[in-house]
Design a protein around this ligand. Structure first.
Ligand code: CO
Length: 191
């Protein structure tokens, strides 16, 4: 659900990249809905907007918890300040948080070229369901339902995969999957 009265405050969290173990684990349900959870969500949104990305799941910042944030609507522009420096200006923010999400309906099929903050520099077409219905909880623990299509539907499915220890390259053909995984592991060893 949309977070009301959102202000872009928070801190940048480190983004974990494949093959960090937290990205391949099944995350645990969120059980405590407190101010610590609110801070985590605020920092995850801040990190998502500045990365930048349109979705960020808790395992991507090293927290093995079933929650993710999403915004498929916002714009981000670099503006020049009077002193010659530049800064990022955000508009049309539509921050959403999904806690303990479960898909209750998935229909149709659609193909979209996806990328992921945890899988740098890989962009590949993935087949997903076209329409989804998701049941989830908000920051207060209230149970809600949302039907989604288009980019939001794709994004929800991509982020939910992170909660099950699945990265989008797992959804590619066995040959492509092996190619990218080997490449990413090699690149990681180099640093
Ligand atoms: Co991702």
């Amino acid at each position: 659900m949309k977070i009301e009265n959102y202000t872009l405050e928070g801190k940048m969290l480190p983004i974990f990249t494949y093959p960090e173990p937290v990205l391949t684990q099944v995350a645990k349900p969120v059980e405590v809905f407190d101010s610590k959870l609110e801070t985590l969500v605020r920092d995850m949104l801040y990190t998502m907007y500045h990365a930048p990305g349109i979705g960020l799941a808790a395992p991507q910042i090293g927290e093995s918890l079933r929650l993710f944030v999403v915004d498929v609507d916002y714009d981000r522009d670099e503006v020049e300040l009077k002193n010659g420096e530049t800064e990022m200006e955000f508009s049309n923010l539509n921050p959403m948080v999904f806690i303990n999400p479960v898909f209750t309906k998935k229909t149709g099929s659609t193909v979209f070229k996806e990328g992921c903050l945890s899988v740098p520099e890989v962009y590949e077409e993935v087949t997903r369901s076209e329409l989804v219905t998701v049941e989830y909880q908000d920051l207060k623990g209230n149970k809600l339902t949302l039907e989604a299509d288009e980019l939001l539907s794709i994004c929800l499915q991509h982020e939910n995969d992170h909660l099950d220890g699945i990265v989008f390259i797992d959804r590619l053909s066995p040959l492509k999957k092996k190619f990218f995984k080997t490449k990413l592991i090699k690149e990681k060893k180099r640093i």
